[in-house]
Ligand binder design. Structure first.
Ligand code: NAD
Length: 458
């Protein structure tokens, strides 16, 4: 393993040299990263397939393309984001100009999970580089093949005094966290997120936590054609990475009048997906056993097949016995989809709040704006998608992040730049303008204070 102390000392010196402050340097770094990714495209796909059994199509769209798009975005917009901006004066600061200097944090630590091992390592990396930071990237130890190709790409594109990878298990993370960084960006589980935040508190290091949670799908009563379209979009979202997605539709709450219709339509719609893949490979034995245990916690309406040898499970629609089952308490993170029903819309709010009060995403399928607004306004969640799933993270103009148990802080596009930069305020006065009223004797200035007081109290 790398000598972390030595590495961080090199990064500190490099950062202090001021090279990362120039946009030209950042631009060249992003281009080098893009070229290195393009050069190793096939190896990335192979590594992801070995680790997660993701096919080429899915690997390109969910892991590689999304990173290339973010690089392209920053190559276009990064220069203007990093410029110093003048702000408007206010009445109380009429004699001074105000400027915002976007400033890098310095040394940043990015830690990523196994489920989108390439995307979730490189996507925040792009934002951190574009904002002028040095980076230590710690990918997940579970997806070893992808971590190795990430390391190769980084080593080819960067000097380690600018960007470096550190591979390894928990010990590696523990060691990294014993050093002072200027910003930590963590994607992973709520459990580990709390550990990271606790450790970061010792050095008062700001943290972004991108965590998970049970993202509900609400289905209103609609005509059959729309139910079919809704289920197609829900299954697509669940099908991605075999349901091992932080914003995967976790469970459905459907209008009770659809109780008989949904299983029939689900069986019809899922044919298209099952022709592509029937059994979904689960990342490891621990998660496979956990998911298999869910299959006993309710009445299976579709699927329920599993294969111990390949550690695979079919897409399963299940009616849980009750919401006290573990199935309805833990984030599912696999191809199992429980369904519950509501009689009155108020029950939806109660159910979601009982199951997981602050999910990462919320999905609502309805043709009635009044229904959609009721749900989106009465629940707390990181982001929502109406009549679709997953799509809200594909638009880099939309901030992505959780709330409460699903995380803190946002990124993607411009938000990534803001996430990895400090917006430093500088106020500049000249030697001519100076408001005399702010100097003593204060008793004689009270008339001016009273005018201001009246002005601001209205
Ligand atoms: P995890 O929390 O187990 O691991 C994440 C990272 O932390 C890995 O790099 C791992 O090596 C490290 N780690 C693990 N245990 C640690 C410990 N005790 N101390 C220090 N570091 C430790 O998460 P995971 O299982 O890899 O990923 C799944 C979770 O991530 C799910 O909860 C999912 O919802 C969440 N997730 C969130 C997002 C998001 O954008 N919000 C995206 C993907 C996954």
């Amino acid at each position: 393993m790398k000598n972390i102390e030595e590495l961080l000392s090199k990064q500190n010196n490099f950062y202090k040299s001021g090279k990362t402050k120039s946009w030209e340097f950042r631009k060249k770094s992003l281009i080098k990263l893009r070229e290195s990714i393009k050069k190793h495209r096939d190896e990335i796909i192979l590594a992801i397939d070995k680790d997660l059994g993701k096919g080429e199509f899915e690997a390109i769209i969910t892991e590689i393309l999304i990173v290339l798009e973010e690089i392209k975005f920053f190559l276009k917009k990064g220069k203007s984001f990093s410029k110093i901006k003048k702000v408007k004066k206010t009445l109380l600061s009429i004699d001074a100009n105000g400027y915002i200097h976007p400033t890098p944090y310095g040394l940043t630590l990015i830690m990523s999970p196994w489920n989108y091992p390439f995307n979730l390592s490189l996507f925040p990396l792009v934002g951190s580089i574009a904002s002028g930071n040095c980076v230590v990237l710690k990918p997940s130890s579970i997806t070893e093949n992808t971590s190795l190709i990430i390391q190769k790409i980084i080593e080819e594109a960067f000097d380690e005094s600018h960007v470096a990878t550190v591979l390894g298990t928990r010990e590696a993370t523990d060691e990294l966290l014993s050093y002072k960084f200027d910003k930590i960006f963590f994607t992973g589980s709520e459990y580990v997120g709390k550990i990271i935040l606790e450790k970061a508190s010792k050095t008062l290091t700001p943290c972004v936590l991108e965590l998970g949670g049970k993202s509900p799908v609400i289905i209103d009563n609609m005509k059959e054609e729309y139910i079919e379209k809704s289920l197609k979009r829900i299954i697509w979202g669940k099908f991605l990475n075999s349901g091992q997605t932080c914003i995967s539709p976790d469970y459905i709450i459907a209008d009770i009048s659809l109780k008989d219709k949904i299983p029939t339509i689900f069986k019809k719609v899922i044919k298209l997906f099952e022709e592509e893949k029937k059994l979904h490979k689960i990342v490891n034995k621990k998660h496979y056993d956990r998911l298999c245990s869910y299959l006993k916690q309710g009445n299976i309406l579709h699927g329920g097949e599993y294969d111990n040898e390949s550690m695979s499970i079919s897409m399963t629609l299940i009616e849980p016995k009750n919401i006290e089952q573990i199935l309805m308490k833990e984030e599912i993170f696999g191809p199992v989809l429980p369904i519950l029903y509501f009689n009155k819309k108020e029950e939806i709010i109660e159910l979601v709040n009982n199951i997981c009060k602050t999910p990462l995403s919320l999905y609502v399928f309805s043709t009635r704006n009044i229904f959609t607004s009721y749900i989106t306004e009465n629940l707390e969640y990181g982001g929502a998608c109406i009549n679709g799933t997953i799509t809200h993270i594909l638009n880099h103009n939309l901030a992505f992040g959780g709330v409460g148990s699903s995380g803190m802080g946002t990124y993607h596009g411009h938000e990534s730049f803001k996430c990895f930069s400090r917006m430093v305020s500088i106020c500049k006065k000249d030697f001519i303008k100076d408001i005399p009223l702010k100097y003593p004797p204060y008793k004689k200035r009270m008339w001016a204070m009273n005018i201001l007081y009246k002005h601001f109290s209205k």
